[in-house]
Ligand binder design. Structure first.
Ligand code: CP
Length: 318
């Protein structure tokens, strides 16, 4: 694997899942493969799980890790070609990315959308700029549009816990106080649409995801109907794609409760975290036996380790 930006970078999903499972059984199976290799992790936005799981994954492979909170410690990056840089952005991504590529063998980047200009966000200028100018493999730690490390861990968790060959997986919108990116639901949809699952997305009208990610999933606007016979419920808030970045609803009746979970086939409850209790999901669900959010977060480590190993293998072969 050259880069890991979306599911499209994965040549063999089954093989990647197999490797992640092998690392879960034996995290230190390949301690030398990353010797003398540097993973640079740069964050334009906060993170708990992605930052720590990716760092630990690299350490398990024998890599060294350098972390930079770019929003606080880096120069503000200009991404526009031909920009006259007489404003507050001191460094162009052409130099910033190229310099980081001199110090790092792999670079991971977290860069959220601004949720103001859809075309600009969906162009993924930061992650694409790093791919273009860094000259080393790039790992998406959650970009403006996608969060593939999360989705790989989500799929791994579903595969671990499914009780039938083709489970019903429901991605449900849930209310939130803030406008959130579409990256997690976009990415989850992209991965589920390639997995052997019966995939349904439910949300209020106006929250349709970008069709390049959501299709060909079934869209069901009635949340309770969508929950019927579900084996996995994946809750997430997102802001509107059509009315870009806007909150169209805070309807609390979309919150996940035990009564709704009773409509399912004893479904497991999933969320990428962090989650706002009693806004997105009621305590009774999150603290109950059906919640698998901690196992899901634990699998982030093995997903990241498999991705880094695949990239290291590819760069060794060059
Ligand atoms: N799920 C996830 O990416 O968590 P963090 O934002 O804490 O990294």
């Amino acid at each position: 694997m050259k880069n890991f930006v979306s599911v499209d970078d994965v040549e063999d999903m089954a093989a990647l899942l197999h490797m992640a499972n092998q690392y879960k059984n034996d995290p230190y199976a390949t301690p030398q493969i990353g010797n003398n290799k540097i993973l640079g992790l740069i964050f334009f936005n906060p993170s708990l799980r992605t930052r720590l799981s990716t760092q630990k994954a690299a350490l398990n492979l024998g890599m060294h890790v350098m972390i930079m909170n770019f929003d606080k410690d880096g120069w503000a990056l200009e991404t526009e070609e031909g920009a006259i840089m007489n404003g507050n952005k001191a460094e162009h991504i052409k130099e910033g990315a190229a310099v980081m590529g001199q110090y790092c063998d792999i670079i991971g980047i977290r860069s959220f959308p601004n949720l103001e200009d859809r075309d600009l966000d969906y162009k993924e200028v930061t992650i694409n700029g790093f791919i273009k100018y860094a000259g080393v493999p790039i790992v998406n730690l959650e970009s403006a549009v996608l969060h593939p490390l999360q989705s790989l861990a989500d799929l791994m968790t579903i595969e671990e816990l499914k009780k039938k060959a083709r489970p019903k997986v429901v991605l449900t919108w849930a209310p939130h106080v803030k406008a959130l990116p579409q990256s997690v639901p976009n990415s989850f949809a992209q991965w589920m649409n390639r997995a052997d699952v019966d995939f349904v997305i439910t949300h209020p009208a106006g929250y349709e995801l970008a069709p390049q990610f959501s299709q060909p999933a079934t869209i069901e606007y009635d949340q309770q109907k969508a929950f019927e016979d579900a084996d996995f419920i994946y809750a997430k808030n997102w802001s509107s794609y059509e009315n870009y970045g806007k909150i169209l609803s805070k309807d609390p009746s979309w919150m996940i409760t035990n009564d709704k979970m009773k409509l399912t086939n004893h479904a497991h409850f999933m969320h990428c975290l962090p989650v706002r209790r009693n806004v997105v999901v009621h305590d009774e669900v999150l603290d109950g036996a059906q919640s698998i959010v901690i196992q899901q977060a634990a699998n982030r480590l093995y997903a990241a380790q498999a991705v880094l190993k695949s990239i290291l293998d590819s760069s060794t072969q060059l």
